[in-house]
Write a protein that binds this ligand. Structure first.
Ligand code: XIL
Length: 311
């Protein structure tokens, strides 16, 4: 079908994606003035600690509630992002607490948020970006969580999450783990250990912030080796950075790159979703990056049609 041709039916990615989900990271600022939010329909809600619990036990659910209400109004599934991360922490968490106090704060944070959204969020990124970039010399990133809890940090968060609510799928989410490499090998070993020890973990999120023409050729093999552990896998933060002008050649390559990523997910039985990190290029966290499937005027780019084709 040709977009805009009089007889063309609208291309709805969520319908094409079924039984998988296709979605986008949502932002309340853009929620009510972007028609693509109804097309790009499985929504990811960011509940970062500094925003949702800026003061001890002082929760601000307002913005995330708006996104959840929107998602419900359009029948979208929601994944939540995130509980344990070294970034975007309020000062009260990132300084001065003893290990015991931090432990209580973590349990309270996870419990309050998961209670609040019980029944509304099917997947939580319990863990975000905890694996070191200096593997195999170092396993975990150096941050407040590993400083206070060492290798117990991730199991603690996962166990608190499972204790609150058995329903949502519990994810470990990271970047740089999309190919078979030292970092993903380290994660594979950590997760294998968790499974052997009964640490609750259901799924791995692969962020997939990629650069043009550099989609790992072993992405699918890598997704499949994690799936073979009995885990779900998901593409959670996909975007493809042109790192240059958005001419026709670059946009065609970007479309092929989006196609390969979605294709790798579709070929992996346990791959449950593909989420892009934003909707249109004016929303991206990468300034002037032209990294997403819709352009700044909310028009579908070649990447959009490639995604539709790959599903
Ligand atoms: C980004 C947000 O999109 C920005 O708005 C914020 O300023 C910084 O964080 N990996 C992640 C996301 O897991 O949480 C990050 O989101 C992008 C990289």
């Amino acid at each position: 079908l040709v977009a805009g041709a009089p007889t063309a039916k609208p291309i709805i990615l969520r319908n094409l994606a079924a039984p998988r989900y296709f979605g986008a990271a949502a932002n309340t600022t853009f929620l009510f003035n972007d028609k693509n939010y109804t097309e790009v329909i499985s929504t990811q809600v960011a509940v970062k600690w500094e925003n949702i619990e800026p003061e001890p036990n002082g929760f601000d659910f307002g913005p995330a509630d708006e996104i959840v209400r929107f998602a419900e109004s359009v029948g979208a599934q929601m994944r939540g992002h995130n509980f344990m991360w070294g970034n975007q922490l309020p000062p009260w968490v990132n300084t001065s607490l003893t290990a015991t106090e931090l432990d209580k704060a973590l349990e309270n944070h996870i419990t309050a948020i998961m209670d609040h959204y019980r029944g509304k969020i099917y997947a939580w990124d319990v863990i975000n970006e905890m694996i070191s970039d200096n593997t195999p010399n170092e396993t975990f990133k150096d941050n407040i969580w590993t400083q206070k809890f060492g290798e117990e940090a991730m199991p603690k968060a996962l166990a608190y999450a499972r204790a609150v609510d058995k329903q949502p799928k519990l994810y470990i989410n990271d970047y740089g783990i999309e190919s078979i490499n030292s970092k993903s090998d380290t994660l594979y070993d950590v997760v294998s250990g968790f499974l052997a020890d009964g640490v609750p973990i259901d799924a791995i999120g692969f962020q997939c912030h990629f650069t043009l023409g550099q989609i790992p050729t072993d992405l699918e093999a890598n997704l499949q080796r994690f799936a073979a552990l009995g885990l779900d896998v998901a593409v959670t933060e996909l975007d493809i950075n042109l790192r240059g002008p958005a001419n026709a050649t670059a946009l065609a390559q970007q479309a092929r790159d989006y196609w390969s990523v979605v294709h790798a997910c579709v070929n992996t039985r346990r791959c449950v979703s593909v989420s892009v990190w934003g909707v249109s290029d004016d929303h991206s966290w990468i300034p002037n990056g032209e990294v997403l499937p819709w352009d700044a005027e909310k028009q579908p780019k070649p990447a959009f049609y490639a995604i539709a084709d790959a599903f």
